[in-house]
Each structure stands twice: as structure tokens, then as C-alpha cells.
Design a protein around this ligand. Sequence first.
Ligand SMILES: [Zn+2]
Length: 107
Amino acid sequence: MEEVKTCRVCGETKLLSEFAKSGKKNGSGYKAHCKVCAAKKLHDWRQSNPEKAKQQDRRWYNNNKDKVKIKNQKRYTNLTLDEKFQQLVKTATERKKIKCYRDWETR
Ligand SMILES: [Zn+2]
């Protein structure tokens, strides 16, 4: 039988895999609210604190700049020449589309 836990926020009983680990040694070792509620809470917080959320994003980016860069580089260098070309064409067409849309909007 799989272990379950009741979410303190939505009151639903879900599998432990639906809960994030709390990192605390005491208790169940899992957070009191499920992942869905945690995501919702974060979303609500970002909605009501857009400036703080932006700041946090920036701070996260500054702390993980190198990791992000390496990740992006890896993603790009792993591509074959053909795929790189496809990617370039794709971004170019998307940019064009956005531009057309903007032109249309200002008309
Ligand atoms: Zn929940």
C-alpha cells in the first residue's frame, strides 16, 4: 500500500509523491500542503507581489547565471548543424510574426 497524506490546505488525501519534501527531520518529512496548493500559493503571491516576484527572479538569475548559461550552451551545442539551422529559422519566423502583429496593432 502506498503512503498517503492529507493536505492541510485543500483537505484532500493524496499520495506522498504529491507532497514536496520539507527537509525537516521531525514529522512526516513532507510539507503540510500538497504540490498543487504550493504552486497555487506561489502563483497567488506572485500575482499580488509582482515587484517582489520580479526581484526574486532577478536574484535567482544572478545566483544561477553561470548554471543557466551552461545549460543554454549545452542545449545549443548538442544540436546538429541541421537542427541549429532549424532553430534559427524558427526564431526568425517567430520574431517576424511578432513584428507583423505589432504593426497590425498600431494601425
Ligand atoms: Zn492541497
